[in-house]
Design a protein around this ligand. Structure first.
Ligand code: HEC
Length: 149
């Protein structure tokens, strides 16, 4: 019984640093949530385009619609001054114009991909998928730290 209570306290304390960190840097939570939502839609689109899962026009249209909605959000809210950290390189804040241009290029290509995914022309979707993927890579290469794991 005592041991069990002690374990619960230890488990609760283990969560504390993460909570405090998120409160200190709400922007980091915002950008992770944003990128995760991008990936949650772009990921299955990728899998369908590459033939890793069966192509389903209705699901493609749904992911496209949601991707377009996600890239209409104010992405720069995730990288305000003074929010260095996470996997974001410090260069973002010294080259903010460049970062913002890359973000806008991505939002524009992903928004077109969203429309095409809803329209359903598979060849057009594949072409626009590549164009969009290049804008992710271009920004990650310049501004995102590599994942260590
Ligand atoms: C304009 C720059 C930019 C573009 C465009 C961009 N990303 Fe990112 N992305 C980043 C940065 C910077 C990070 C690191 C965020 C951090 O940890 O501080 C990141 C992180 C991520 C993560 C990890 C999120 C997490 O929870 O740690 C995923 C997944 C991701 N991006 C996917 C994508 C995909 C997929 C695309 C394109 C469809 C894309 N990104 C386009 C800059 C960008």
């Amino acid at each position: 019984m005592m041991l069990r209570r002690a374990l619960v306290v230890v488990a609760a304390c283990a969560l504390l640093p993460a909570v405090a960190f998120a409160e200190k840097n709400p922007a980091i939570g915002y950008r992770h949530a944003l990128m995760d939502l991008v990936y949650s839609n772009f990921g299955p689109i990728t899998a369908m385009v590459k033939g890793e899962i069966p192509w389903d026009d209705a699901r493609m249209a749904g992911y496209g619609k949601d991707l377009k909605a996600v890239v209409s959000l104010n992405a720069m809210r995730g990288w305000p001054a003074g929010s260095e950290g996470g996997h974001s390189k410090d260069e973002i804040w010294t080259k903010l114009d460049d970062f913002q241009k890359k973000m806008e290029a991505f939002q524009s290509e992903a928004s077109k991909l969203g429309d095409l995914a809803v329209a359903g022309d598979r060849e057009a979707i594949k072409t626009q998928f590549s164009a969009t993927g290049k804008t992710c890579k271009s920004c990650h290469d310049a501004f995102k730290e590599k994942d260590e794991q």
